[in-house]
Design a protein around this ligand. Structure first.
Ligand code: ADP
Length: 374
């Protein structure tokens, strides 16, 4: 928009009409004071300023405007009598620009100048948009980089812990063998095996992440018996966490279409988390039911729970609830992988949680193969 500033109403009206005819949006002010007020309120591409005005002349107005941050992109064209002496007031007009035109106004020259200033203004706008987008991109990348660094350090630590245990058990095994104590050897062997399983799981998760990233996470979908799968999972959980009871509520009694191993991975992840994040308790519920044409599987615990803003982020890659991350080991990728698996089954994954009381992580997937794939 252009602001015309002139103390003579006829000048204002005639110039306004001409500029509007050429497609410009025009605002007017008939004194320096009014112009300053308008500049504070509105954004102008250009101000056309009469130099000779009573009280505050055009140069004084321009000097005042040069101090306004809001108008730092605004250009000024002075309208002056041919014999006016120009004062140097370039300060503050680094990007906006200054120019003048003598009276009587040659409208073609004025239009030429206006168009040039509009072009400069638009280019400046584009430049600052590009600059903003670039700065945002840099910030985003910096954050991603630092998340990755943090992840690398946690991941190395997580991998090193079971590895150190395995090394320790192997040394103990050697001693047990030398002593000929078979029972001791068996016990160390099974402990080493548990740690190796942990290591295996961590590496599998890391591989899954890179497969998701490169779009290479493959699925092998077919009909499978979910109740049988759940019984198997409960058995495994019992072996790895004997102190916990997994109570199954409900049954589906029908075959489900999906990648059995991947669905198992999601349920085991829910259960492992439910046990891990529920110290001091000894029971988790495994709720299973059919809802219309969908399977519902939920794992409910009575553990530490989460605040709503934390619950809304748990499916993000590398996210861990900060206030508890020092108490529990983890990489913050299990739920991200689970979410990807459920998404790829055309389902939904979510959590209901009450801080300090517990959570129910759940997913739903269609029971049958989508007709488009049959
Ligand atoms: P990890 O457990 O390895 O950190 P996950 O992706 O499985 O990674 O979980 C992400 C985060 O979600 C966890 O770090 C934890 O803060 C939170 N979380 C997951 N499950 C539960 C749960 N059952 N109760 C409370 N918080 C949980």
């Amino acid at each position: 928009m252009i602001l015309l500033v002139d103390d003579t109403p006829e000048n204002l009206i005639s110039l306004k009409n001409v500029l509007e005819k050429h497609g410009f949006e025009v605002d007017t002010a008939n004194s320096g004071e009014e112009a300053l007020k308008k500049v504070l309120k509105n954004s102008y591409v250009l101000i056309i300023l009469d130099v000779q005005m009573p009280e505050m002349d055009g140069f004084e107005v321009a000097e005042a405007i040069s101090g306004y941050n809001k108008a730092k992109e605004t250009a000024i064209i002075f309208l002056s009598a041919a014999n006016t002496e120009f004062r140097f007031i370039a300060k503050g007009y680094s990007s906006g620009g200054l120019d003048y035109i003598t009276k009587p106004v040659d409208i073609n020259i004025l239009l030429l100048k206006i168009k040039t200033f509009y072009r400069i203004y638009e280019q400046n706008q584009k430049l600052s948009e590009t600059r903003k987008a670039l700065l945002e991109e840099i910030e985003f990348r910096k954050e991603a980089e630092s998340k990755k660094d943090e992840f690398m350090s946690i991941a190395s630590h997580e991998l090193k812990t079971p590895l150190t245990s395995v090394k320790g058990y192997i040394q103990l095994l050697e001693r047990g063998l030398n002593k000929g104590d078979i029972e001791l050897v068996k016990s160390h062997l099974s402990k080493a095996q548990v740690q190796l399983e942990k290591l295996n799981g961590l590496i599998a998760d890391l591989l899954d992440i890179s497969k998701i990233e490169s779009g290479k996470l493959k699925f092998n979908q077919q009909y499978f018996d979910l109740d049988q799968l759940l019984d198997g999972i409960i058995e495994i959980m019992h072996q790895s966490s004997p102190a916990f009871k997994v109570v199954k509520n409900g049954a589906v009694n029908t075959k489900i279409y999906g990648d059995e191993m991947r669905i198992e991975q999601v349920i085991v992840n829910f259960l492992t988390n439910a046990i891990k994040y529920s110290p001091g308790t000894n029971e988790v519920l495994l709720n299973v039911r059919l809802e219309k044409n969908e399977l519902y599987v939920g794992v409910k615990d009575y553990g530490i729970g989460m605040k709503p803003e934390q619950a809304s982020r748990v499916f993000e890659k590398f996210y861990r609830v900060e206030e508890t991350s020092y108490r529990f080991q983890g990489l913050g990728i299990g739920l991200y992988i689970s979410a990807e698996i459920i998404k790829r089954h055309g389902g939904h994954i979510n959590v209901k949680s009450v801080y300090g009381e517990g959570s129910e992580f759940y997913f739903t997937i269609p029971i049958a193969q989508p007709s488009s794939q049959v």
